[in-house]
Design a binder for this molecule. Structure first.
Ligand code: GLU
Length: 292
């Protein structure tokens, strides 16, 4: 059967620092996949966690993407502009008893064995303030990844009633990401393998909201050491915006794609990279150690 749904992909960085090699992999990988499917590639800035945000990082991310020739379609969606939508959804979930307030502390959850046991959801006199958790009716524990095949996560993790709004009033990533993937009509999510496990929670939410979930494609993570991905938090170096050609080639090689003769115009390199993009060559493993 021919799939006639137009492809819509996205890149969704958090503005917690400048783009580094690890985030370039997610940006370039999602871009090449979308463009090789003749699809759209949208950009969403996930700026709903002000304590983790670095001033100026959003603009720096946009200008770095532009310098790398990674041009997105349409306007940028900022999650900070969508707080009312998140709140409306939460109010609805609370009203239909699909979510509830929880006042358990980290210490109490640790005493439950590290996985929340749903106790606040069973109270006859429910709390009226606190963090808000979803009633995780579906508890999806297994999903299909486009390159890794069937993925199964820890069943306790999968079944947990997870937080959709934190006790400090901030909206949780899981809720915002799902509402925005629905809003932007994303057909396939391409991102790093650090988000493999949360994918189950996201599928559970899609089901609860009675929406079809996108396809999932998790790229390998660039790691400085085993189990330690390159990240803004561990101060991975920002990528070179003056001469992007070398970083593009390094990212192509990381994704199993052929390196290209460095062109003066990065757009020429990207055109070629799109035309020869081969998903079957992307490594299946979740982590790849970078040799210094
Ligand atoms: N904002 C997340 C990050 O920067 C990525 C979210 C996603 O791709 O689903 O790690």
């Amino acid at each position: 059967m021919v799939n006639s749904t137009p492809y819509i992909g996205r890149f969704a960085p958090s503005p917690s620092g400048p783009l580094h090699f690890g985030s370039l992999i997610a940006a370039l990988g999602s871009f090449l996949r979308a463009r090789s499917m003749n699809g759209q590639w949208l950009l969403r800035i996930e700026d709903i966690d002000p304590p983790r945000e670095i001033a100026g990082a959003s603009d720096q991310i946009l200008s770095t993407l532009a310098a790398y020739g990674l041009h997105w379609d349409g306007s940028v969606l900022y999650q900070s502009q969508r707080l009312e939508v998140y709140q409306q959804q939460i109010t609805q979930l609370l009203g239909t008893d699909n979510a509830y307030y929880c006042q358990c502390t980290r210490k109490e959850i640790k005493a439950m064995g590290g996985s929340y046991d749903g106790r606040c959801g069973r109270l006859t006199q429910p709390h009226k303030v606190g963090a808000i958790r979803i009633r995780n009716h579906y508890g999806v524990a297994q999903f299909r990844d486009q390159i890794k095949g069937s993925i199964t996560v820890n069943s306790q993790f999968a079944a947990e009633d997870f937080i959709i709004k934190r006790s400090d009033g901030l909206y949780a990533y899981q809720l915002a990401v799902v509402l925005d993937d629905i809003h932007q009509q994303i057909t396939e999510v391409v991102r790093g393998s650090d988000l493999l496990e949360p994918t189950c929670r996201q599928e559970s939410l899609f089901k609860l909201l009675k929406q079809p979930n996108p396809d999932w494609l998790h790229l390998p993570l660039a790691c400085a050491e085993k189990g330690r991905k390159l990240s803004k938090q561990n101060h991975a170096a920002a990528i070179d915006v003056v001469k992007p050609q070398a970083s593009i080639n390094a990212a192509l090689a990381f994704l199993g794609q052929a390196e290209l003769p460095p062109e003066t115009q990065v757009s020429k390199m990207l055109e070629q990279a799109i035309s020869q993009f081969d998903l079957s060559k992307v490594p299946r493993q979740s982590e790849i150690l970078l040799v210094p």
